[in-house]
Design a protein. Structure first.
Length: 60
């Protein structure tokens, strides 16, 4: 994992998305636009190892 590419806002966003269950709700809680939140999550995924993440489908 490249720790130089991580930042506190992105890590907090990741936590909010995980707890709320959606990027849009996590973005709202973090006061970010959905597009900006999505980019931050994508960047976190790129910085992490493939085995460190798990994606799930939409639950709606």
């Amino acid at each position: 994992m490249n720790l130089h590419r991580l930042d506190l806002v992105s890590l907090q966003l990741f936590s909010l998305v995980a707890r709320s269950g959606s990027i849009s709700q996590g973005a709202a809680l973090a006061h970010l636009a959905v597009g900006a939140a999505s980019k931050r999550i994508t960047d976190l995924e790129a910085a992490s190892s493939p085995t460190a993440r798990r994606r799930t489908g939409c639950t709606r």
